[in-house]
Design a protein around this ligand. Structure first.
Ligand SMILES: NC(=O)c1ccc[n+]([C@@H]2O[C@H](COP(=O)([O-])OP(=O)(O)OC[C@H]3O[C@@H](n4cnc5c(N)ncnc54)[C@H](OP(=O)(O)O)[C@@H]3O)[C@@H](O)[C@H]2O)c1
Length: 331
């Protein structure tokens, strides 16, 4: 009898480091434990948060060795004890806290949403985290209303681009902020009405000019960093600032007087909350996004696809800000 443990092809890290430290090879095959599901992975997103986790700079920490990745689309392969469905073979979109970049991905049973017919695995993987983050921030936190003006920073990044597209679907006017005209052109392609290149213009001054001095209703901000003071000043009366992430590197302090003087609100938004606590809202978000994708209302910008071996290259391009659009691994 063969007692060798089963293996699978996987991308893994033995220690915190850089994309070049990742290894690709045989790894012990995951098994679905109690409350878990094993997915036969068809498409796996590569994103900025994966680079932060690999560098040990993310709130999610890992025991070594670990398999990175959080964004998954595939079919149900195995149900752990106590898990009643979906049936084996069902196509699903899923999110994890790692354990993704492999032939089989392991997730909590609560983090799986069946895909409607007509949605491609690459699109489901591309929208799983980025579009869910944008939708939760815009719908559940900012509660964007038709006719409102939404400012989006990092507007060609994974989450920012999704926020541009979703804001338009919610009936808002969108002002995109990015570092190059090429990036702004991408945001315009996804519906942005206006664009501000922050390397040659003041975000605050440009916003005031574009809004007739009123400012914006909502700032959706995955960048923060040195742009933050200007973005905060761009908010009009009652403006809501949705804090998504710190791609800009710095974690700025919020001057509370500048919230008070215009009745502004700062709103923190983390997907963990919606994924594990506000699960009904998360399910509505997932169903809405998958439905929009099936109906052609959203088109995740899949720029590159490739086998697991491409993980270091894709992640390097993302961390060095060289990739416009999403990169997806197809094991
Ligand atoms: N809150 C949540 O639950 C949640 C969920 C997912 C992601 N996030 C966070 O959201 C942020 C954006 O994620 P993403 O996947 O959209 O990343 P991304 O695709 O790499 O986009 C980030 C954008 O930030 C801008 N940026 C400005 N300064 C930067 C710098 N020093 N380094 C890199 N980018 C910089 C870049 O646009 P310009 O060059 O045009 O400025 C870039 O397009 C990350 O911090 C991520 O961890 C949060």
């Amino acid at each position: 009898m063969n007692t060798e443990p089963e293996t699978m092809r996987a991308v893994f890290a033995r220690a915190y480091g850089t994309p070049q430290d990742l290894e690709i090879g045989d790894f012990p095959k995951f098994v679905a434990g109690p409350g878990e599901i094993l997915i036969n992975a068809k498409a796996l997103g590569v994103a900025f948060h994966d680079g932060l986790q690999l560098a040990g700079k993310h709130q999610i920490k890992h025991q070594m060795p670990y398999v990175p990745g959080m964004e998954i689309a595939g079919t149900i392969a195995e149900l752990g004890d106590g898990v009643e469905g979906p049936p084996i073979g069902t196509p699903v979109m899923a999110l994890s806290k790692g354990n993704a970049w492999a032939e089989f991905a392991k997730v909590d049973a609560s983090q799986v949403w069946p895909m409607p017919e007509g949605v491609r695995f690459v699109d489901a993987a591309a929208l799983s985290m980025a579009y869910s983050t944008a939708h939760c921030g815009l719908r559940w936190e900012a509660d964007v209303q038709p006719g409102e003006v939404v400012l989006v920073t990092g507007a060609s990044g994974a989450v920012g681009q999704a926020a541009v597209e979703i804001s338009k679907l919610m009936g808002a006017k969108v002002i995109a902020v990015a570092s190059t005209d090429e990036r702004l052109a991408m945001a315009a392609e996804y519906g942005a009405d206006e664009g501000i290149n922050y390397t040659n213009a003041s975000v605050k001054e440009a916003v005031m000019e574009l809004t007739g001095g009123k400012g914006v209703d909502v700032a959706f901000d995955p960048v923060m960093g040195s742009l933050f003071p200007d973005v905060l000043s761009s908010l009009g009366w009652g403006g809501r600032h949705v804090i998504i992430g710190f791609a800009g590197g710095e974690i700025p302090k919020i001057p509370s007087n500048r919230l008070l003087i215009k009745n502004r609100r700062a709103l923190g938004m983390v997907m963990t909350y919606y994924r594990y606590t506000e699960t009904d809202k998360m399910r509505e978000t997932a169903d809405t996004l998958l439905g929009w994708c099936r109906d052609g209302k959203i088109k995740p910008p899949v720029a590159k696809t490739g086998p697991l071996e491409k993980a270091p290259e894709f992640l390097t391009e993302i961390m060095e800000r060289k990739l416009i659009g999403r990169a997806i691994l197809e094991p």
